[in-house]
Design a protein. Structure first.
Length: 511
């Protein structure tokens, strides 16, 4: 249900004062930066968490992706809640919660506690991202200014994805792994104190009730489906996987049917009848799937296969952020100069070709190839993600900006989770099949097969020759898995590029 647009006095002030709106944007991107940092910093910390908490291979994957699963399941609900109670209010409450739960992550003592802490961090994170994008939609009314603001927003998300490994690498070389979560606290403090003064409040003036059943259905459906996909990829089909898939699909179908009957739905499902909107959401999801899976596993490759220190590995991944930031800032201008579909399809194709290049990866691959691959992935993702976010956000009245932002962010977070889960499951599946040297104790072999981090630790306790053979075999198997995952990812991205070319035909950004 579309409401008549109404401006609050605060929004009028921001609109009439150019410096005020850009200052408000500078605070909003702090939240984006923080959530992006938290999603990627874990890649470098994974070997340390593996050594300290000793999680199994499955637990390690859950530590890596449960954060994104929970965010993906709650984004639509939280975006709709922001439309109802106020986006600024939700943003500030979420920021306080995010800081508090970061402490729990830092001091987790068991794999189960770590998984729970990451899940709770996902709940808090789900309040931040849709609020920031929805506030941009309400602060910037000029389409070209809004495109630039979305470009800056996307650039900060990309910068966070790169700053995470660099900052995390520095902290890991000087402190214990929990420090990568404690860096959230000062950033959140600045966001809350400054944001309370600079950010204008906005919400839907006639929002309707917040449907709790829809919230539960969205969460159960999203997590159920993604869990089934992850488990099927890692362990094959089974009764547990089938039950999870059926439960998830049933919940999502019920969610969709319920939204179509509610007078004030959490998500306006009629938006998906728009070919451009649906194409933009699909492109969002698969762009990030390729980017997130690549960055997560290259972090382990650089550290555990090529022997880079954490800080060095973080610096090595910077080209992806540089490319994404540069592309994001000019994406709106380029899309208006040429077309939305050429920019999005070209960006997807660039990511796909970069992943295809990684099928030639070996243990001795030099950095020039990796650096070029990361740069191309960043440029492609920056163009595609920024333009599709603009398309999604511009397609709805500003009163429903929270729900539309949540769709864009759900695609982003689901893509992150699936990138880690699906590509990770492929890597894990190939890796687990390597043969340990004859005479290796059974407990050492089990630890080595669980994860590459486990193999590195296990090899240290064996005689030199046997330990070296075990480590070489494990590293070779990990690289083989990475090659297979990169090839599958490349095929998916290139196919999506073709689909985007047709789905986004005739789509234009506002002038």
């Amino acid at each position: 249900m579309t409401s008549t647009p109404q401006r609050t006095p605060a929004a009028e002030v921001v609109e009439s004062s150019r410096p005020a709106r850009w200052l408000a944007l500078s605070v909003l991107v702090l939240a984006v930066l923080l959530v992006a940092v938290d999603a990627t910093v874990l890649g470098l910390a994974t070997p340390y968490i593996s050594e300290d908490l000793k999680p199994s291979g499955t637990q390690l994957l859950w530590i890596g992706d449960v954060y994104s699963f929970v965010i993906a399941g709650l984004l639509v609900s939280m975006g709709s809640l922001g439309d109802r109670i106020g986006r600024k209010k939700l943003l500030l409450v979420g920021a306080v919660a995010f800081g508090a739960v970061s402490v729990l992550n830092a001091y987790a003592t068991t794999p189960e506690m770590m998984i729970l802490a990451r899940a709770l961090l996902g709940v808090a994170g789900a309040t931040l991202m849709p609020s920031t994008l929805a506030l941009i939609r309400n602060i910037f009314h000029d389409p070209r200014e809004r495109s630039l603001a979305i470009g800056i927003w996307g650039a900060m998300a990309s910068a966070g994805a790169a700053v995470g490994p660099v900052v995390g690498g520095f902290l890991l070389e000087h402190f214990w792994w929990g420090s990568v979560f404690l860096i959230n606290l000062p950033v959140m403090a600045i966001l809350v104190v400054v944001g309370a003064k600079l950010i204008p409040e906005s919400k839907n003036p006639v929002p309707g009730p917040w449907d709790l059943l829809s919230v539960v259905l969205s969460l159960v459906g999203m997590i159920g489906v993604v869990y089934a996909v992850k488990e099927a990829a890692a362990h094959g089909l089974g009764w547990g996987v089938a039950a999870s898939a059926v439960l998830g699909v049933a919940a999502l179908v019920w969610f969709v049917r319920r939204q179509l009957t509610l007078q004030a739905p959490l998500l306006n499902m009629h938006l998906f009848r728009n070919r451009g909107f649906s194409g933009a959401v699909l492109a969002d999801l698969l762009t990030i799937l390729g980017l997130a899976g690549l960055v997560f596993f290259l972090s382990q490759f650089l550290q555990l296969v090529q022997g880079c220190a954490p800080f060095e590995a973080g610096l090595a991944e910077l080209p992806a952020a540089v490319g994404a930031v540069a592309a994001g800032l000019v994406a709106g201008t380029v899309a208006r100069r040429f077309s939305v579909r050429s920019v999005v399809a070209g960006g997807l194709a660039a990511v796909g070709l970069a992943l295809a290049a990684l099928t030639t990866l070996s243990q001795s691959t030099g950095y020039p190839l990796l650096g070029v691959v990361l740069l191309v992935v960043g440029i492609g993702a920056g163009f595609s993600f920024t333009v599709t976010a603009d398309v999604i956000l511009s397609s709805v009245p500003k009163e429903q900006a929270g729900s539309a932002s949540a769709v864009s962010e759900t695609a982003y977070e689901l893509g992150t989770a699936l990138g880690i889960a699906l590509l990770g499951s492929i890597v894990t599946g190939v890796y687990a099949g390597f043969t340990v040297p004859a005479g290796t104790p059974e407990d050492v072999a089990v630890a080595a097969h669980d994860s590459l981090g486990g193999a590195v630790e296990a090899s240290a306790g064996l005689p030199a020759a046997q330990g070296e053979a075990l480590l070489t075999g494990a590293q070779s198997a990990f690289v083989d898995g990475l090659q297979v995952a990169a090839g599958i990812g490349a095929a998916v991205l290139l196919a999506t590029s073709v689909a985007a070319w047709f789905l986004l035909r005739g789509q234009r950004l506002e002038q």
